[in-house]
Design a protein around this ligand. Structure first.
Ligand code: NAG
Ligand code: NAG
Ligand code: NAG
Length: 375
């Protein structure tokens, strides 16, 4: 159903609004049935099943859709299985589905999101926001046209769970305590080897920028959130060492922040020594976040090194995916609210991609300084 201004659409929207007063949970569909849907979306949605009604799961093939629906049925007994073009049309025409989560291959994600937005659905799209800056520019233009044409202004959100991780939310509040920022370090030693369920994912291998773009947007999102300003320019070296991975598989980049501080971003896609660390060094102290495990729970060990040798350490378990889903459901349950949750906005996702693309471009140009495009 296209969200055009016809009497019937207005009538349907009016009825939807009325219905929501009785039953405030929005109906949603998941487009995609891959590993992330099965291991993250479905379990996290199950935990907040009072906030949302999962109406359908769609995939290109029946087999794949069925696999995910089987898992989801335990928590959402009425979830429907949809596949192919016909299934997708049924979802677009179903006025009880107000929002969709787009969790398909990165190369087709934007096209799918725009299609859904045109059909009047609110969209929560998985990261990365797009596969390249040129795709982002075209996408943002299309979205502006769609928004201008549709009275219900569908929301386009990018699911970047790092912006919702309590560790980042809390440390961001403390960053002022460390005084003038002097240096930032991001050290990422990943473990993307053949034991990782995403290792063989063919679309990740097809993506220009390989795993550095797909995984890297998370780390850049964390960086931008912590420092509270944008990356202005970068200069990077890249290389392709591990030939079982798509290239490049490692990058070392200097970056210049808009606040004048510089830093370094190191990312090795597959290492024997997993480490994920952000460190912001200031005149009066340092804050650090490091991925870790405590009491069997995965999360971030955060430390604030203050004046006089004081340190405070707090462990925050992961809950970013749940928090981000809650924020999206809140946004689409009450679209009369003036502003959408800013951490979900498409442009935030676009800025993460822009930083990485600039780094990859610099790497390809032997470290030439590349300014990061602004959005
Ligand atoms: C990856 O690229 C190859 C060659 O261009 C193409 O045949 C294949 O469909 C692509 N796979 C995905 C999942 O996009
Ligand atoms: C990438 O990793 C390899 C192996 O550790 C190393 O030899 C190379 O210098 C690294 N390249 C960059 C750009 O960090
Ligand atoms: C992959 O990396 C993890 C973490 O470092 C390690 O435990 C595992 O043995 C590695 N698997 C292979 C096949 O190298």
């Amino acid at each position: 159903m296209s969200c055009v201004t016809t009497i019937s659409t207005v009538w349907i929207q009016y009825n939807q609004k009325k219905a929501k007063m009785v039953n405030p949970s929005p109906g949603i569909a998941i487009l995609g049935a891959g590993i992330f849907v099965k291991t993250q979306y479905i379990p996290r949605l199950a935990e907040i099943s009072d906030l949302v009604v999962l109406k359908a799961i769609w995939s290109r093939t029946e087999e794949s859709a069925k696999g995910a629906v089987e898992i989801a049925r335990k928590h959402f007994p009425d979830v429907k299985c949809k596949w192919g073009d016909e299934g997708l049309n049924e979802i677009m025409e179903d006025s009880s589905i107000v929002g969709v989560a787009v969790v398909v291959a990165a190369e087709t994600m934007v096209e799918m999101s725009l299609k859904m937005l045109k059909a009047g659905k609110h969209v929560l799209q998985e990261k990365p926001a797009a596969a390249s800056i040129s795709e982002i520019e075209a996408a943002m233009l299309s979205y502006r046209i769609i928004s201008a044409d549709t009275p219900c202004r569908p929301i386009w959100a990018v699911a970047e769970n790092y912006r919702f991780e309590p560790a980042f939310v809390e440390l961001k509040k403390l960053i002022a305590e460390i005084g003038d920022m002097m240096n930032v370090q991001l050290i990422i030693e990943g473990s993307m080897n053949s034991s990782n369920p995403y290792f063989s994912s063919s679309w990740r291998r097809n993506l220009s920028g390989g795993f550095i773009l797909d995984m890297g947007v998370h780390y850049i999102a964390g960086l931008r959130m912590l420092v509270g300003c944008e990356v202005a320019s970068v200069s990077a070296s890249t290389s392709h060492v591990d030939k079982t991975l798509p290239g490049p598989d490692n990058i070392t980049s200097n970056f210049q922040l808009e606040n004048g501080c510089s830093g370094v971003f190191v990312m090795v896609v597959s290492s024997r020594s997993p480490k994920i660390l952000w460190r912001v060094v200031g005149l009066k102290g340092t804050v650090q976040l490091e991925r870790g495990v405590e009491g069997g729970r995965h999360g971030y060990m955060t430390t604030i090194y203050g004046e006089g040798g004081t340190t405070r350490t707090i462990f925050y378990p992961f809950s970013g995916v749940t928090e981000e889903l809650k924020a999206f459901f809140n946004d689409i349950s009450d679209t009369s609210k003036k502003e959408q949750e800013p951490r979900l906005s498409y442009v935030e996702g676009a800025r993460d991609v822009a930083v990485l693309e600039a780094m990859l471009e610099s790497g390809a140009k032997n470290g030439a300084v590349v300014p990061v495009p602004k959005f």
